[in-house]
Structures are given as C-alpha cells and as structure tokens.
Design a protein around this ligand. Sequence first.
Ligand code: DX5
Ligand code: ZN
Length: 224
Amino acid sequence: MKKYLIAPSILSADCARLGEDISKALSAGGDLVHFDVMDNHYVPNLTMGPMVVKALRNYGITAPIDVHLMVDPVDRIIPDFAEAGANYITFHPEASQHIDRTLQLIKNSGCHSGLALNPATPLNILDYVMHKLDIILVMSVNPGFSGQLFIPNTLHKIRQVRRLINESGYDIFLAVDGGITVNNFSAIAAEGADIFVVGSTIFDQIDYKKVIDAMRCTAIRAIP
Ligand code: DX5
Ligand code: ZN
C-alpha cells in the first residue's frame, strides 16, 4: 500500500467549480476524495447530498470517494450515496441507533464501511465491530467546519487506534480528519495514520501540489 494517502476534503474546495477544483487536487497528488455531508442537525452546518456525488462522477472524477456522513439519522440516506457512486461511507456512532446494522447496510449497498470517532468518543465503541470496518476515522477537531485547529491530545488516540487495528489483524485504514497542516503531518504519521483528510491546508493555497508534496516530504524525512 502506498504510504500516507491524502484525501482532499470538498468542504474547503470552490463549490462553484467543484469538479474542476477536485480534479486539480487529485492531479496534484490527492488519492481519494473526502466528501463531507452535514445536515444542520448532527452538526451545525449544511453541505451536499448524493446528487453532488453523482455530478462529480458525471464530471469524470474516477478516484475513490469517501463519504463522511455527519447526519442523524444515517440509514435512510446510505443507499442513495452508494448508488450515486460512493466507495466508502463513514458515519458517527452517535448518529445511529444500531451501529452493527448501519455497518451491514453500507456493506449490503456495495460500499466499504467506516466509523468516525469524535474527540470525546471512547474507543470501546469499536469492540464488537472491528470485523465490519474498513476505515476508522479519528476526528482531530469537533465535526462541523473546516479550518479548525488540530486538538493535540488526539495524537494519543490515534496511537491507541493504531494499536487496536494491529492487534485485530484486520485490514483497516486509519484516517485522521481535521486541522492537518504541513507542520503537524509528520507527528500524525508517526502515530500510524494511513489516510490524511486535508481541507483548508490544500485549498487555501494556490499551488496544491506544492503543499501536498510538502506534507508527504515532512513525514518521509521524519520517519524513514
Ligand atoms: C470537519 C470535516 C473535515 C474538514 C477538514 O467536520 O469533517 O473533513 O473539512 O478541514 P480542515 O482540514 O480545514 O480542518
Ligand atoms: Zn470530514
């Protein structure tokens, strides 16, 4: 597996030119699209639904799309995202009445499944579902907005999740989402993250490739 997958987050992209801007971030070295869905209920912000995933596919985006659902309830909308072209669907356990059922629904819809853990969500939520997970997404900010500061004590949590994944023997991606910058990238990599969700650090720059290369470089330098 390629080390340090970078997932540009649509939340910081130019919504008026979404297809073009996402293509630009993928050509600059992004590996998968992180598609943030917010409902102004589970989180205090509102973004986009399945029709935008479909529009990105129609535009010609072929990279994997990871849909990060920050919505409550989650189950009703999952098949719609799968049909629209999502590859991964990740949800917050607090937003599902039946976590195992929701994970199975994602699988039955033909997608890979993930759980997103808020900074204060305990890890024992993972105990009986590791075998149904393809991604564990550790939130390093509270969900709802791009451009927030990385919460430093989530580094410890990332390390704990890495240990749980290794001990489980399952092939699960460890993703980290929120506040990732060129300056903290290598510290996050050192704790064992595979996927780095990056919004404002990429899209606030003019040269996306420069910032993506800089992030990967710091990690490769620090951890040979
Ligand atoms: C926050 C979202 C993130 C966000 C990351 O709720 O889940 O994906 O877009 O943006 P940055 O990288 O700016 O923190
Ligand atoms: Zn996200």
